[in-house]
Design a protein around this ligand. Structure first.
Ligand SMILES: [Zn+2]
Length: 363
């Protein structure tokens, strides 16, 4: 996500914090300070928010680790002012799996509530909901109630809340995935409108208006992502890949790659030895190697040997997900061991453009 910084990496997943979250911290510190004018209040306010977001991180790991259980990696977890987002590499096509992933987050939140409740009872701290409104109530009591609200908020059956995923998974057992997504997204926009109207005209609460905005954007984002994936539905790599491409051999000098780039054929090249792909030379690698070792050095020394591949029969949606997550622009397409084509972000982009142009033509 843009405008975000890495906090750390836990269980193999980057946790990032969005710039707007820091604005929230500053706002809470100032608001708490103004309340009674002591630095202690400001610190308390910030510690409380950090504790809330630690709960959110646990919630997101609930989603991410369940997804991993189904073989779906998570790119990163980002903290936003209204909560967290675990960016899964793809959404499982099986509705039961989507359901399990969607429920795992709230399950963690409920577990946190139960745990905090037991601690509160054991230590004799207040457990009633009035702690949310009382100044100076114990941090753990407030933390428990915020987690209760978090669980309730996520139970709303609309995108981008977890309840929306549950709704989509339920709908997807009876209708195509895209239509299920569109319905869950429309419901999300409906809730956003209601939150916005209440925030603007009834309670005058800027916080609710901000939540409405995030819910609206999240719902719209889900709908457009599903639309994009539907352009891929039923289409295999074979249909889109570039068949007419240049390849290099490991023993070729880099100057040959330079000639090919200047001739305008390609930017990235599969490197083939005895009919088998052994590496990929990207334009980036080429430039680095040229600067370090000159045009006479070998392609084999500059190429990337740890590269992802796809096959002509793979579904385009899955191949494209891999293309996006490998931070590369080219996937060699292999049948058995033989190179039959390449799939690039540019040619998938062109394919999508053509698809949408043709759809616009169907009135
Ligand atoms: Zn969640």
């Amino acid at each position: 996500m843009k405008w975000s910084w890495k906090l750390g990496r836990f269980a193999g997943i980057d946790v990032r914090v969005h710039a707007t979250f820091l604005i929230l911290l500053a706002w809470v510190a100032i608001a708490s300070y103004q309340l009674r004018g002591t630095v202690r209040d400001a610190v308390d306010g910030v510690v409380f928010i950090l504790a809330v977001f630690a709960s959110v991180i646990f919630h997101e790991y609930g989603h991410a680790l369940t997804a991993r259980h189904f073989g779906i990696p998570t790119k990163e977890i980002t903290l936003l002012p209204i909560g967290g987002v675990a960016q899964l590499e793809r959404i499982p096509k099986e509705p039961q799996r989507e359901l399990a992933i969607a429920l795992a987050g709230p399950a963690v939140t409920v577990a946190i509530v139960v745990l905090l409740y037991l601690v509160l009872v054991a230590t004799g701290l207040p457990t009633g909901p009035q702690v949310l409104l009382r100044e100076g109530a114990p941090l753990l009591s407030r933390l428990m109630w915020v987690n209760v609200l978090l669980a309730l908020f996520n139970a709303i059956p609309a995108f981008p809340m977890d309840g929306g995923r549950v709704l989509r998974a339920a709908l997807a057992t009876r209708m195509p995935h895209v239509r299920a997504t569109r319905i869950a997204a429309e419901v999300g926009k409906g809730f956003a409108l209601i939150f916005g109207i209440i925030g603007l005209f009834v309670t005058g609460d800027p916080w609710l208006v901000l939540i409405a905005l995030f819910v609206w954007l999240g719902a719209a984002g889900e709908a457009s992502m599903a639309q994009q994936n539907s352009a891929f539905e039923g289409i295999r790599v074979d249909h889109v890949m570039i068949r007419d491409m240049r390849t290099l051999a490991p023993d070729d000098p880099l100057s040959r790659a330079v000639d090919e780039v200047l001739a305008g054929f390609q930017q990235d090249f599969p490197v083939v030895q005895n009919g088998e792909v052994v590496g990929v030379l990207t334009r980036n690698d080429l430039m680095k190697a040229l600067a370090a070792h000159g045009p006479a050095s070998r392609v084999g020394d500059a190429m990337d040997r740890a590269f992802a591949v796809t096959s002509p029969d793979e579904e385009l949606e899955d191949a494209f997900a891999r293309l996006r997550s490998c931070r590369c622009r080219t996937l060699p397409v292999v049948r058995g061991r033989e190179l039959v084509g390449v799939l690039t972000t540019e040619n998938v982009g062109e394919f999508m453009m053509i698809q949408s142009a043709m759809r616009a033509g169907e009135v």
